[in-house]
Design a protein around this ligand. Structure first.
Ligand code: ADP
Ligand code: ZN
Length: 208
């Protein structure tokens, strides 16, 4: 099954995509994670992408499309994959149509208030890529999974969060209509508990 997870930043795309990828045995492809690993390794692509990412802007379409196209050639994508954070613009979706066959697009619905709270309280582990909310961390400094020091992503700082929401509304939200017209859109609630939301995701996608 070839899936796309759509939704505003902080909707829980990553959390549910990772879980579903384990359940189905197909890879989760997060363009955000791929870009952050380029930034860490200081590749040419990473150096170029960093300035956009830190400002909460989108990385140019041609960079993203080339990166995704290469990734889909890896052997582990043969039986399906879950895109998380891609496509993010209509141009990316149109490009994708030329080299992939998408079965369904899962749209997670979350209000702005919830998004702002989630992103501003988010801490991430650079070691295991885990994502946590300050409110639920007993130790606010260390990753509860691997013990590494937690960090706040630069793009989770308050001014940048507002910009990312704005970028989402202008550039990514039009994809909802784009995929609805193709009959691929499935909606699910992103505001409940992680488990409830995940069950909603499975239901929306008709997965047992
Ligand atoms: P979010 O938490 O906003 O969903 P991601 O980890 O998906 O964050 O992405 C972080 C940043 O990486 C984005 O703000 C953007 O700069 C860049 N990025 C990720 N995916 C894309 C994409 N498909 N197109 C353009 N830029 C992207
Ligand atoms: Zn960790």
């Amino acid at each position: 099954m070839n899936l796309i997870f759509l939704g505003p930043p902080g909707a829980g795309k990553g959390t549910h995509a990772v879980r579903l990828s384990q359940q189905l045995g197909i890879p989760q492809i997060s363009t955000g994670d791929m870009l952050r690993s380029h930034v860490r390794e200081q590749t040419d692509l990473g150096i170029e992408a960093k300035k956009y990412m830190d400002a909460g802007e989108l990385v140019p379409d041609d960079v993203i499309i080339g990166m995704v196209k290469m990734r889909l050639q890896d052997a582990d994508c043969k039986n399906g994959y879950i895109f998380d954070g891609f496509p993010r613009t209509v141009a990316q979706a149109e490009a994708l149509d030329a080299f992939a066959d998408i079965d369904a697009v899962l749209n997670l619905i979350v209000s702005d208030e919830v998004i702002i709270d989630r992103l501003s309280g988010r801490r991430v582990c650079p070691q295991c890529n885990g994502t946590f909310h300050l409110r639920y961390l007993e130790n606010k400094e260390l990753c509860p999974v691997c013990g590494n020091k937690l960090v706040q992503r630069k793009d989770d700082l308050p001014e940048t969060v507002l910009n990312r929401l704005d970028v989402y509304r202008r550039q990514t939200q039009p994809l909802i209509a784009y995929y609805d017209q193709k009959g691929l859109l499935r909606n699910a609630d992103g505001e409940g508990s992680v488990d409830d939301n995940y069950n909603g995701v499975l239901q929306a996608l008709d997965i047992q």
